[in-house]
Design a protein around this ligand. Structure first.
Ligand SMILES: [Zn+2]
Length: 52
């Protein structure tokens, strides 16, 4: 299902934001690297779009 925007704060991860709780990429973000929001310059995750 759709959830509030979230992203990874790990610099080695791509600059994308997620909005689906079943996103395979999003699910791999550990809780300590997970932040909420949609940072400037970040793009929408393609997997979230497919799931949505
Ligand atoms: Zn995603």
């Amino acid at each position: 299902m759709r959830v509030p925007y979230y992203y990874s704060t790990n610099p080695s991860d791509p600059d994308v934001y997620h909005w689906h709780d079943d996103c395979p990429t999003g699910k791999q973000i550990p809780s300590w690297n997970k932040a909420y929001g949609k940072p400037a310059g970040y793009r929408e995750c393609k997997d979230c779009v497919k799931l949505g």
